[in-house]
Design a protein around this ligand. Sequence first.
Ligand code: AMP
Ligand code: MG
Length: 347
Amino acid sequence: MRTELIKVDDQSVEILKRAGSIIREGGLVAFPTETVYGLGANAYDKSACLEIFKAKGRPADNPLIVHVSSPKDAEKIAYTSPLYYKLAEKFMPGPLTIILPKKDIIPSEVTAGLDSVAVRCPENKIANKLIELAGVPIAAPSANSSGKPSPTTAQHVFDDMDGKIPMILDGGEAQVGVESTVIKITEDSAILLRPGAVTVEMLCQVCQSVEIAGAVKAELRADEKPLSPGMKYKHYAPKASLFLIDDSKVNFIEFVKEKQRTESCAIMCYDEEIELLENKNLLPVGKREDIKKQTHNLFILLRKADDLLVDTVYAHLPSDEGESLAIYNRMIRACAHHVIGGINGED
Ligand code: AMP
Ligand code: MG
C-alpha cells in the first residue's frame, strides 16, 4: 500500500474531508493531536479497528481510546456522569482521557472486551476538525509500532507505518509530547491510570480525591491485575539499554563522563550540563527546571537514541511529582526499572 504523507493545517478542509471519508469508510488515517500522533479508525467499525491492532502489532487485550469532537458526544458511546461534565468543563478539549461505562454501539474489540470505554476530546484543531468531518467517533491509539516510543512528528509515524496505512496527516510537532492523562472516575473521585499534562494537582481542583494507581510509579507484581491493560506492557523502549541515574545519590557528571570514556553510549543531560561533558552523543532534554520542554523532547530523544546506534543510554531519574510524573512514568518503563543509585543500590 502506498502511504500518502500530506501537510495540513486546520484550514485544509478538503484534505480533512477526504481523510474523514477514508475513516468513515473503514480505512486508517494517522493524525496529529496535542499529545502525540494518533492512528485513527471509525470506532463503530469493528474490522477497521482490528486493522489498527494489525498495523501497530498491538496486543488485542490493550483497548483503544475513542476520540470525540465535543465532550457531549461522549453520550453516543458511553454513560456519562456529573463528575464527567465537571472535568470536561475544565479540561476538555484537552489532554485528558476518561474511562466511562460503555454503550453497546462500541464493538468489544475496541475495548478489548472491557465494559468500559476510554473517551477523549482532543484540543488540536486538525484532530478536532477531522473527527467532526468524519462524522463518527475515532478510535485511535498512538500511531507507533507497538513497543516503540509514541510518535510526536509525522516523520516518526512514517518511519513506523509506511506501506501499512493509506494516509498520514502532517500537522507539525505534537505540542505536549507524551500521551494523555488517563483516569477512571467514581461518583466524586478519580484513579489516575496514566499521568500526562493534566496533573494530579489539576484533577484535585475538581475531584474530591485522586488516587494514583500503583503501576504508575512501580512495576506491576507478577500476580497483579492491572487496572488498565496498557500498564503491563514494556513501552517506549529504545533499542539501546536505558539506565536512569538518581542524581541525589550518584554524581551524574562524574558517572557519565566515565561511561563516555569506556562505552558506546548516549547521554540525556540537562542543557546546563552540556559543557561539562564530552561533546559526543549528547541528547539535551532542556533546562533542569523546564519540565514542559523535557516532556516535549522525551520521545523525540528516545527515537534519536535509536538512530545513534549506541549500546547504552544514561539519563537523570526524573522527579515523580507534579508535571514531572508523566516523564517519570515513561522513563521508568522505558528503562525496565533500571535505576542506578536506586532503592536496591547500583543496578
Ligand atoms: P494509547 O492509545 O496507545 O495511548 O493507549 C491507550 C491507553 O488507555 C492504554 O494504556 C490502555 O490500556 C488504556 N485504556 C483504554 N481503554 C481503557 C479502558 N476501558 N479501561 C482502562 N484502560 C483503558
Ligand atoms: Mg501507545
